[in-house]
Design a protein. Structure first.
Length: 103
């Protein structure tokens, strides 16, 4: 949650945009419903705004990229945790550690 909040604060609300940054959004969506809410806010507040207002609302250059990267990294870390949870076999680690202690 810290990385998502920091990414939105640093890069702006437009750091999550499924139309312009599709590949980044795939990584970001692993953060859960909050990213979908931020993307919905982006689509309604920024993409639908006139160009004069949109210029003042978007993040610029590297700042936007850093925000996008923070949110994508949070999503990828969640994805790794999900993969780890799916792979884990119950009690195998404890049994192995017990055998090492006995030897």
């Amino acid at each position: 949650m810290f990385m998502i909040t920091t990414g939105v604060l640093v890069g702006g609300v437009d750091a999550v945009d499924h139309k312009n940054d599709g590949l980044w959004f795939i990584a970001q969506v692993c953060c859960g419903p909050i990213v979908i809410a931020v993307d919905t806010a982006t689509q309604f507040l920024i993409v639908g705004a006139p160009i004069e207002k949109r210029v003042t609302l978007v993040g610029l250059s590297h700042v936007n990229e850093i925000g996008t990267l923070f949110i994508a990294m949070a999503g990828l870390m969640n994805f790794v945790v999900i993969l780890d949870a799916l792979q884990a076999k119950p009690n195998t680690d404890f049994e192995r550690r017990g055998k090492e202690l006995e030897e």
